[in-house]
Design a protein around this ligand. Structure first.
Ligand SMILES: [Zn+2]
Length: 160
């Protein structure tokens, strides 16, 4: 039994532009003051398509440690638009960018669940204000249909 209990592990990009926004989102999602945090460039891209050997393991180990130490119930992932670690997407449309992030979020979710059985994984994509890439405009929640075993890659508006 963990001596200290937290609700979630929050995984986000390290990007300095969104430090305040990510905190506000955590508050709005109801996990404020009750989450561990992993901040790494490109967040779960490191799990799905790591650029260096060991990057995926680093994050997956943090999830295990968070579970062991703080008995977390869920992993909350917030990826974001205009991510420098996704530089290969520069020049693509917003829809194309969202599509790549969606596939990565879905793949990361599967990898995390297989590594830490029973963990709940919530996935979000933060869009930015038009012409102002320093602020999050909206947080979209990627829906998962657990009843059929299929995952729908559709989004609903989440909190901001
Ligand atoms: Zn980023």
């Amino acid at each position: 039994m963990a001596e200290h209990k937290a609700t979630a592990l929050l995984i986000t990009c390290m990007d300095y532009r969104f430090v305040d926004s990510f905190y506000k989102e955590a508050h709005a999602l109801g996990i404020e003051h009750s989450y561990d945090r992993v901040a790494i460039a490109g967040d779960i891209k490191n799990v799905v398509r790591p650029s260096k050997p060991g990057d995926a393991e680093l994050i997956l180990r943090q999830i295990e440690i968070s579970k062991e130490l703080h008995d977390i119930e869920e992993v909350v992932i917030i990826s974001h638009q205009n991510c420098g670690a996704y530089g290969e997407l520069a020049g693509l449309s917003a829809d194309q960018e969202l599509s790549v992030h969606t596939q990565d979020l879905l793949a990361a979710r599967e990898i995390i669940i297989s590594r830490v059985p029973g963990i709940r994984v919530l996935t979000f994509f933060a869009t930015l204000k038009e012409g102002d890439h320093n602020n999050i405009m909206a947080l979209k929640k990627l829906l998962h249909d657990s009843t059929s075993g299929n995952t729908r890659s559709t989004y609903q508006q989440a909190v901001v």
